[in-house]
Design a protein around this ligand. Structure first.
Ligand code: FEO
Length: 141
């Protein structure tokens, strides 16, 4: 049996990842309107990656015979003053996602849920890469 707190956090992460996808589509939309096709395309690809992340959590819970509950996805409602603001918001968001992954990892560790820890290992590494990419984009801009 999976620990209930671990299950709940994994379930919440499905929503967080879909929200990330929605947020990055919004960023893509911003850059499309600004005529910066490369940045728009980058965030469209990030949105696809976030949908993939959401599905990994969804599938993991189903594979473990755990209940999945889907919640409403929040509206991305940030207004940006300049291009750099968008990229900075991207970095801040990835740092937030890293904190969420760490929180699930800590709960799994506490519950001695080694299978979930192993599942999360990929995300720990992925978050390192995504923070680096977000930093690099700010430098490029
Ligand atoms: Fe799914 Fe960009 O973290």
């Amino acid at each position: 049996m999976m620990n209930e707190k671990v299950r709940e956090l994994l379930n919440q992460q499905i929503n967080k990842e879909f929200y990330s996808a929605y947020l990055y589509l919004d960023f893509s939309n911003y850059f499309e309107a600004a005529g910066l096709d490369g940045f728009a395309n980058w965030y469209k690809i990030q949105a696809q990656e976030e949908r993939d992340h959401a599905m990994l959590f969804y599938q993991y819970l189903q594979n473990e015979n755990q209940k999945v509950t889907l919640e409403a996805i929040a509206k991305p409602d940030k207004v940006f003053a300049c291009h750099l603001d968008v990229l900075k918001a991207g970095l801040t968001h990835e740092e937030y996602v890293t904190s969420l992954i760490n929180e699930i990892y800590a709960a799994a560790y506490e519950a001695r849920d080694f299978r979930t820890m192993q599942f999360l290992d990929w995300f720990v590494k992925e978050q390192g890469e995504e923070e680096t990419n977000a930093h690099d984009l700010i430098t490029k801009m």
